[in-house]
Ligand binder design. Structure first.
Ligand SMILES: C[S@@+](CC[C@H](N)C(=O)[O-])C[C@H]1O[C@@H](n2cnc3c(N)ncnc32)[C@H](O)[C@@H]1O
Length: 341
């Protein structure tokens, strides 16, 4: 079959003006341009073509014209790096939950409705919820189950995230206006939570997130701590005593060193604590140092092996640094009877 050539447009008369596009046409063209730019930006970021351009625009990662917003690029890089670690955890836990659900159905018990609903992730100190939204769009939306709950104590940010989730039709996202420390007992949160995240949650909010994860028997915790002032305050208080006792107190003689050492000691002790409580811990970098000063990523996976040696090292370290009181206040250690050597 031969097709007729398309009729060519009538030649424009010399001097004739091009008719200006109608507003609707202009709108459509602008939308098409933004979409094409957005698709190019997704490819540049290594995101799948199905990722929501509208969501990235609402999070100000893409401009209205679909171009990459250079200021937000750094945030997106951090979040995408975290997603690489969290995505396999979500799939592992989802498989585990589906198997549990099938087993309980087979043994004629009523099927576990919470297992069918997929993994539950709670993001503490959620801020604008970049992490929650990107995780939902890239992982939980295609999975078709699972829930993200953002905990954030600034009500305006919570309202903003709720509105965005509604606009995007992300029905399995919730945002709760509360302090991390109050979330553990709050009835709006489920009894069991699979994954706990805290990305740059300020000061002791990371410690509250760890306590939350332990209480909810989380399978995994993914933590990027921010600065922590509590340990530095204890180091400062005991400085004169420690300088007389050990030359290692020189490590925190100067105020700047006290602050930096305080943050470092806190993270080391958090890791030992998680190991003592039955988690396997990995410590790595979030992104290159040029992108964030607070760059330590702690990934803890439940192994059920409460390590006695970790508890003993934690207690010895606290004693050396004069932090016994802080340790007692902050970390509830497991009873020795539950431990493995
Ligand atoms: C540095 S921002 C990080 C936000 C987000 N996680 C991110 O990385 O984009 C820290 C957020 O945690 C919130 N926050 C700090 N301490 C908190 C607490 N104890 N309880 C609830 N929210 C807290 C702050 O209001 C802020 O929005």
């Amino acid at each position: 079959m031969t097709s007729k050539p398309a009729p060519s447009p009538a030649p424009r008369q010399p001097g004739a003006r091009r008719r200006p596009a109608q507003p609707a046409q202009q709108d459509r063209r602008a939308r098409q341009d933004a979409d094409a730019q957005g698709q190019a930006a997704l490819a540049e970021l290594g995101l799948p073509a199905g990722a929501s351009i509208e969501l990235l625009q609402a999070l100000h990662i893409l401009t209205r014209e679909g171009r990459l917003n250079q200021d937000s690029r750094r945030k997106l890089k951090q979040v995408l790096h975290l997603v690489q670690f969290i995505e396999p955890l979500i799939h592992d836990i989802d498989r585990q939950r589906s198997a549990e659900s099938a087993q309980s159905a087979q043994s004629a018990k009523s099927a576990d409705a919470t297992a069918d609903a997929g993994p539950v992730l709670v993001d503490h100190g959620a801020g604008k919820s970049y992490l929650g939204f990107i995780l939902y769009d890239l992982v939980l939306r295609p999975l078709g189950r699972g829930r993200v709950i953002g905990v954030e104590w600034r009500p305006a940010l919570v309202a903003q995230s709720q509105a965005l989730a509604q606009r995007q039709g992300f029905a399995r996202m919730d945002f709760l206006p509360m302090a991390v420390a109050d979330a553990q007992q709050h009835p709006a949160l489920p009894a069991r939570v699979d994954i706990v995240t805290a990305l740059h949650a300020c000061d002791t909010a990371t410690d509250d997130a760890i306590a939350f994860g332990l209480a909810k028997r989380a399978q995994a915790m993914v933590l990027v701590p921010c600065c922590q002032a509590e340990v530095a305050a204890h180091l400062r208080r005991n400085k004169a005593l420690q300088l007389a006792r050990t030359p290692l107190a020189e490590l925190w003689r100067h105020p700047l060193h006290t602050r930096e050492l305080g943050s470092h000691v806190t993270n080391v002790m958090r890791c030992l604590y998680l190991q003592a409580c039955g988690y396997q811990v990995t410590v790595t970098e979030l992104t290159g140092w040029e992108h964030s000063m607070k760059n330590e990523l702690i990934i803890a996976r439940w192994s059920g092996q409460r390590q006695r040696s970790a508890r003993e090292r934690l207690q010895a370290m606290a004693e050396q640094l004069g932090l016994q009181q802080w340790l007692q206040q902050r970390f509830a250690l497991p009873a020795p009877a539950q431990e493995k050597p």
